[in-house]
Design a protein around this ligand. Structure first.
Ligand SMILES: C[S@@+](CC[C@H](N)C(=O)[O-])C[C@H]1O[C@@H](n2cnc3c(N)ncnc32)[C@H](O)[C@@H]1O
Length: 279
């Protein structure tokens, strides 16, 4: 049975094809594809079929089965990577106004943060700018940010630190001139983040469904707009694992539409979508 027989699709995409795609994605990445995402799945995967010069989804799924390397493209195609610099700015203000003063008062000069599901890198670079703009001196402090994602393509782009000007044009001018270099010639219309920011961040491939080679204890974890794609059991498991990595009173930041109330027994809500690990 075709999913949308009323629509003219270049390739037949049946409920069986969709079920296979959905199961593969869930088993590997924990991402739940609801039934209404069938069109989205088709539109994203059809490009891969064309690139591979295949003639049907049967052929594509068989090819995927026999070519583990192609699985990376499959995952990259199905992740949703929407992000922005200083998305939900109040989270960055909270770091400046609460977390840094708390660490300073404790006498420590060490900060460890993790951007889990960092996408194209705007989130970890915004974290790095927040720390440095707040006066945390990388020469006198031990600063490390880890930025991870399951999508190897966005990770590569994040690591390069190059962005279309469009993506930064609404940032305050002072921030732009302090932290971004304007591209010239071939790079016209682009900016590149300054190396001081890149030096603070380690970008790594990490599937949240697998082992986390992450060294704690962490001061904060940003896992924003990622768990929204997972089911309740997966979310509960991840929250427990994140709590174990945070230091006592460490912070977890989630996305604006992610309510953790039911699973957050290890956390206390201390701000809008900001949680503190209970001691
Ligand atoms: C919508 S983006 C959110 C980006 C950023 N955190 C923000 O809020 O702006 C979600 C990211 O989570 C990543 N992701 C999805 N499933 C994942 C998994 N199982 N392990 C690691 N990252 C995952 C996606 O590749 C994507 O880049």
């Amino acid at each position: 049975m075709s999913l949308s027989p009323e629509r003219d699709r270049e390739f037949d995409f049946t409920t069986k094809h969709f079920a296979t795609v959905r199961d593969e994605l869930y088993d590997y990445a924990g991402i739940v594809l609801a039934d209404h995402k069938q069109d989205m799945a088709y539109n994203r995967l059809v490009r891969l079929l064309r690139d591979l010069k295949l003639n049907s989804f049967d052929d594509y799924l068989a090819f995927l089965d026999q070519n583990p390397a192609e699985f990376t493209q499959f995952i990259n195609a199905l992740t949703t990577n929407l992000t922005a610099f200083y998305r939900e700015k109040h989270h960055f203000d909270f770091i400046r106004d609460h977390i840094i003063p708390e660490i300073v008062n404790s006498g420590e000069r060490r900060i460890r943060g993790w951007s889990a599901g960092c996408s194209l890198g705007e989130e970890p670079y915004s974290l790095a700018m927040t720390l440095l703009d707040a006066g945390v001196d990388p020469l006198r402090w031990d600063l490390r940010l880890l930025a991870t994602d399951i999508d190897s393509k966005v990770l590569q782009s994040a690591q390069s630190g190059v962005y279309a000007y469009e993506r930064v044009k609404t940032l305050p001018k002072s921030l732009l001139s302090r932290w971004f270099l304007k591209g010239k010639g071939k790079r016209d219309g682009h900016v590149k983040v300054r190396s001081e920011l890149q030096d603070m961040i380690t970008f790594k491939y990490l599937n949240l469904m697998q082992d986390w080679p992450v060294q704690g204890p962490l001061d904060f974890i940003f896992c924003r707009n990622v768990m929204i794609y997972f089911d309740q059991d997966t979310q509960a498991r991840l929250l427990q694992r994140m709590a174990a990595l945070l230091k006592p009173n460490g912070y977890l930041f989630v996305g604006h539409s992610e309510a953790l109330a039911r699973h957050a027994s290890s956390f206390q809500l201390v701000g809008k979508t900001i949680y503190r690990k209970c001691e």
